[in-house]
Design a binder for this molecule. Structure first.
Ligand SMILES: [Zn+2]
Ligand SMILES: [Zn+2]
Ligand SMILES: [Zn+2]
Length: 338
């Protein structure tokens, strides 16, 4: 089946109730815009004299250097950007809800409370996680296909550039830290409870024992996404991980100390000028995401390592607290108890 048909079938599916108020890429309409443009271009070329309308477009086989296509850009990129931002917003809201619900009561407690809600042997939350993964991957594939089509028709790299722009603005769907959280969410469930994967993705897996630990999302036989779990500051597996606004993952302690804060300070205390230690983007601490599922996954699967880091962090935290109180001239009162 062609992607357009699969996507169309998907839109009619039963996930609609859960994803109520979540918009999707208007694949059909945007495809039509491109189709119309293709016809216009062909007509323009055939006519030869186009009154300068196509004069800034080079339709030869080599890559077009023109900045835009006056026939379809307004209808295409503006619309696509608006839709993408809506999807990102909805995905973030729904995933955050699911994960907070899951982590707040602890895995065991949650599973127990959900026992009465089992549907086809799968906890409801797993089904919701699957719907969210399908939602984000289906729309991401739709966007990729549309951008490729755009470039093919116009012989340009504008579609590719648009994708890079989305990445720079941190709205590229498959680079959302919430998708890593969803991956960890899955991996926190026993395999027997996961069952088959969704329609648009094949599986999540993780390799936590390698020197470059990763979570992998397989979309199809030839598309595989790898999310690195190494902290660029301590060069070890992230501990109490946070994703900064730019999407880079760090240990909480490494991130706050890079922002000249104390280990015990909350992320939000970082100044607006504080930069990501890796990409140097400023203002990325305010909207940092605490990766609760990933932390739970590492705690369960790398128990020894996690405990070691926890003890080391406690020692460091006590040291910094002591220094802090010393500097506040409160050492006399607290010295006896620390
Ligand atoms: Zn066009
Ligand atoms: Zn670190
Ligand atoms: Zn960064």
């Amino acid at each position: 089946m062609k992607f357009g048909e699969t996507f169309n079938e998907y839109l009619k599916g039963e996930q609609e109730k859960f994803l109520l108020q979540c918009s999707h890429v208007d694949y059909k309409r945007l495809k039509k815009v491109l189709k119309k443009c293709k016809v216009c271009h062909a007509a323009g070329e055939a006519a030869g004299a186009d009154g300068g309308r196509f004069s800034n477009l080079k339709l030869a086989d080599d890559t077009c250097q023109c900045k835009s296509c006056e026939l379809c850009d307004d209808n295409f990129f503006t619309e696509l950007e608006k839709e993408t931002m809506e999807i990102v917003r909805c995905f973030r809201r729904k995933t955050r809800q699911l994960i907070y619900q899951h982590c707040s009561s602890g895995l065991q407690g949650y599973l127990r409370s959900m026992q009465s809600c089992f549907k086809s042997n799968k906890p409801v939350s797993v089904q919701e996680g699957m719907m969210l993964t399908d939602y984000i991957t289906a729309n991401a594939i739709a966007i990729r296909k549309l951008l490729k089509k755009y470039d093919k028709i116009h012989g340009s790299v504008n579609g590719k550039n648009f994708n890079m722009k989305m990445r720079a603005e941190h709205i590229e769907l498959l680079h959302s830290p919430w998708l890593i959280e969803l991956g960890a969410f899955y991996l926190n469930f026993p395999v027997s409870e996961i069952g088959e994967s969704g329609e648009f993705f094949k599986q999540f897996s993780c390799d936590l024992s390698s020197s470059q630990p990763t979570i992998t999302l397989v979309l199809s036989d030839d598309v595989k996404l790898e999310y690195g779990l190494t902290c660029a500051v301590c060069l070890d597996t992230v501990f109490h991980p946070y994703a900064l606004g730019c999407g880079h993952l760090f240990c909480k302690a490494c991130a706050v100390q890079s922002a000249s804060l104390q280990v015990f300070d909350p992320m939000k205390m970082a100044s607006r000028r504080s930069k990501c230690p890796l990409c140097r983007e400023a203002g990325v601490y305010r909207n940092a995401v605490s990766m609760l599922e990933l932390d739970l996954l590492l705690k369960t699967k790398c128990h020894g390592y996690w405990d070691e880091r926890k003890s080391a962090e406690n020692v460091e935290m006590n040291k910094q607290l002591r220094q802090y109180y010393d500097s506040q001239k409160l050492a006399f009162f607290y010295g006896a108890t620390w």
